[in-house]
Design a protein. Structure first.
Length: 479
């Protein structure tokens, strides 16, 4: 999807034990909402938060795609711990140059590597392929890869790796991993095809669902023989189609369903991953966002693999949303916070990645930043990125108020407790946070439509937290 504007917000709610929507009048009459944390019930371990790309888009006109100030901002301020990049195929068969190559990307890769190392941040680099090299692609449709018939537009407009070229494709992927290794970057994870259902005018592929699983089974052993620690992740299809209601001609989980049934492919997989372009909503337990994430998580839970959300965008840089450059209504920064919450809470995701991190031409609905200029979506994301560090474990968190949501994390190694609270009510709320093993007074960081943009530390009492209307608050115990 990627190089488009598309609405993609989820929602939020606390886990089991929340009041039903019908109980709202009784809850609203209470003097304070109560959020309870049970540290004994543990869920996913966080692997990272992040975004895709450089200081400007790879296909943009900028010459300086990275500078020290930008690298320092995203690592030290935003809290980037997972960075996604495209592994580009060589120029197309018609002589058309690609958006980027390793020479263009290498300075960005190494600048982020160095900044992360200087700051002691365990930055994870993940790669996605939008298209194999044109020489390895055959024409394809939803049902068939047409062996022996080249994809008409090379790397663009769909197509898939020819079955006869899968081993050569594996070698090309290994070459890419080796490029990063030579720059002293060990790639954490690799997806061999971004959004395998969608044929697009840019680099893209279209894989029949069974062929996607067959390709993973074929290339995985060769990749793991050379890079045994790299995680292969996928299918990077849309959450709506992977967990939603589909045409009766297809399996209920589309690509995921074929992976679950394909034992050889499943042995090569290190993480399930989807893209979440879901309309914004208040995420009660009955909301579509809650159902999609819960449904998908339940489908894969028995496999014991983590779930990642590796791409979203479509939010304007206004707290309550508004119109994009085309005059279309889009959700805003507050909706983005709810989206991250819903994925963590219902989907039990261990990684969350925004689409394009930065563009220089403007603060579009696809980017979090305009170079080093940041805004409301940046700070909504920072509530999670900056404070929920890799290795943190999500624990059970419930609320008795249908418009007050909480998610909580414990990091044993760092000895920290972090809870992100969201007040979706248009009025102030007093909140009582009930949790064992943390002080009565906590550090707090709050953002709302009426507070200055930025996260400034204050101190709150656990049993008397006051949250502004439509606000996000992160409370922290520990360094």
């Amino acid at each position: 999807m990627d190089r488009r504007a598309f609405s993609g917000s989820l929602g939020l709610l606390a886990l089991g034990g929340l009041a039903e929507v019908g109980a709202a009048p009784l809850v609203a009459a209470r003097a304070a909402a109560t959020v309870r944390v049970d540290r004994g019930v543990k869920y996913q371990t966080i692997e990272g938060f992040g975004f895709f790309g450089a200081r400007d888009s790879w296909w943009g006109a900028a010459q300086d795609l990275v500078d020290p100030a930008w690298a320092r901002l995203v690592i030290d301020d935003l809290g980037l711990t997972m960075w996604r990049n495209e592994y580009y195929p060589p120029g197309d068969v018609g002589g058309e140059e690609g958006d980027a190559d390793w020479l263009k990307q290498r300075p960005v890769v190494e600048a982020l590597r160095d900044r992360a190392a200087a700051s002691g941040v365990p930055l994870k680099v993940v790669l996605s392929v939008w298209s194999p090299p044109a020489s390895m692609k055959c024409a394809s449709d939803r049902d068939t890869i047409h062996e022996g018939r080249p994809n008409p537009r090379g790397t663009k407009d769909g197509g898939a790796v020819c079955p006869s070229r899968r081993q050569r494709f594996a070698e090309w992927l290994i070459d890419g991993l080796q490029l990063y290794a030579l720059s002293k970057v060990q790639v954490y994870a690799l997806s061999f095809q971004n959004e395998p259902l969608f044929r697009q005018s840019y680099n893209s592929g279209r894989y029949p669902q069974a062929a996607y699983a067959d390709t993973l089974a074929a290339i995985g052993p060769a990749i793991h023989a050379r890079f045994p620690d790299v995680k292969l992740f996928g299918p990077e299809a849309l959450l709506d189609t992977e967990a939603g209601k589909n045409d009766t001609d297809f399996d209920p989980y589309w690509y995921t369903g074929h992976l679950l049934k394909h034992s050889r492919a499943l042995r090569q997989l290190g993480a399930f991953a989807v893209h979440a372009y879901t309309p914004s909503m208040l995420p009660t337990a009955a909301s579509r966002a809650a159902r999609l994430w819960s449904h998908y998580h339940a489908a894969i839970a028995a496999r014991g693999l983590p779930l990642w959300m590796t791409e979203t965008s479509g939010y304007v840089d206004a707290w309550e949303g508004g119109k994009n450059a085309k005059g279309q209504e889009r959700p805003g920064a507050f909706d983005l916070a709810q989206a991250i919450f819903a994925a963590l809470y219902y989907g039990k995701v261990s990684a969350w990645l925004w689409w394009q991190g930065s563009e220089l031409d403007g603060m579009t609905e696809s980017s979090l930043m305009q170079g080093t200029v940041v805004g409301k979506r940046y700070y909504a994301s920072k509530h999670f990125y900056r404070f929920i560090r890799p290795g943190a474990r999500m624990v059970r968190c419930t609320s008795d108020d249908p418009k007050l949501f909480g998610v909580a994390f414990v990091h044993e190694q760092l000895r920290t407790f972090v809870s992100v609270l969201i007040n979706a009510d248009p009025s102030e709320k007093k909140v009582r946070l009930v949790v064992d093993g943390v002080p009565a007074e906590l550090d707090a960081y709050v953002t709302s439509a009426s507070t200055p943009i930025g996260l400034q530390r204050s101190r709150v009492q656990r049993d008397a937290v006051r949250m502004p209307p439509r606000s996000i608050m992160t409370v922290v115990s520990g360094s």
